[in-house]
Design a binder for this molecule. Structure first.
Ligand code: ADP
Ligand code: MG
Length: 240
């Protein structure tokens, strides 16, 4: 579903992604962890060309992200993105936030899009918040709306960039629970997160990044019980 082939990226002189090779199958759940500044956000932002790369190829469901002829609107419609900051439109209700992309980008009828949006609000466990404004919701509820908004485009891939890092501790699990059910339904997911309980429970693979390099990738069991590199061991000793 996603493959990186010898991908390199620089910010000016700074080599932020160093020869990344990575393949992610349909239905796989991959967790990426690593110290701050290691390139995790940059890596996943390259998948829908929120950031351009300078060398190598990234293929997403058969489309080449690096090829200028690729229809990026089509590609982005297949890839849902959930950020640390929920990025909801404050002047729109929850329902309006969710309807925006399906009606404007996918040109779905308002009736069809609304039916799906209400279903998704049930799925993220806030069916009664359709008419609320973001400011009337808790952080955990806002992040669940952001996930519903991503799902409303019926994407094939969901990317999460530290989706629980801005939340108060008591709200983290309600967001992780939604992500877990999505994972169990077979969504292809890449999650940048330091929630290692989540990684142990649902990840097929855990990847450790440091200094723009993919240092280690393994099953959660091997990754946590038998880390190979000193840098991984050092990182795990700080966060576990
Ligand atoms: P992470 O998500 O692992 O914390 P990032 O991908 O956000 O790491 O950043 C990797 C490195 O690239 C950091 O050193 C950061 O300061 C730098 N960086 C990120 N975005 C930019 C940018 N737009 N311009 C220049 N440097 C950047
Ligand atoms: Mg980041």
């Amino acid at each position: 579903m996603i493959s990186f082939k010898n991908v390199n990226k620089w910010y000016g002189d700074f080599h932020v992604l160093n020869n990344i090779n990575l393949t992610i199958q349909k239905g796989e759940v991959v967790v990426i962890c690593g110290p701050s500044g290691s390139g995790k956000s940059t890596l996943i932002r390259c998948i829908n060309r929120l950031e351009p790369t300078q060398e190598g190829d990234i293929l997403v469901d058969g489309m080449n992200v690096s090829d200028p002829r690729t229809n990026m609107a089509l590609l982005r419609a297949e890839v849902g993105f959930v950020f640390q900051q929920f990025n909801l439109y404050p002047h729109m209700t929850v329902l309006e936030n969710i309807l925006l992309a399906p009606t404007m980008v996918r040109h779905q009828s308002k009736g069809d899009a609304t039916a799906l949006a209400m279903e998704l609000l049930k799925k993220v466990d806030i069916p009664d918040k359709a008419g609320a404004y973001p400011s009337q919701l808790s952080g955990g509820q806002q992040q669940r709306v952001a996930i519903a908004r991503g799902l409303a485009m019926q994407p094939k891939i969901m990317l999460f960039d530290e989706p629980t890092s801005a939340l108060d501790p008591e709200m983290i699990n309600e967001v992780l629970d939604v992500m877990k059910s999505l994972a169990r339904e077979g969504m292809t997911m890449i999650c940048v997160t330091h929630e290692m309980g989540f990684a142990r429970e649902v990840a097929d693979r855990v990847i450790f990044m440091d200094g723009g390099n993919l240092i280690e990738e393994n099953t959660p069991e091997e990754f946590f019980n038998n880390p190979q590199s000193e840098r991984t061991k050092d990182f795990l000793s700080k966060i576990l």
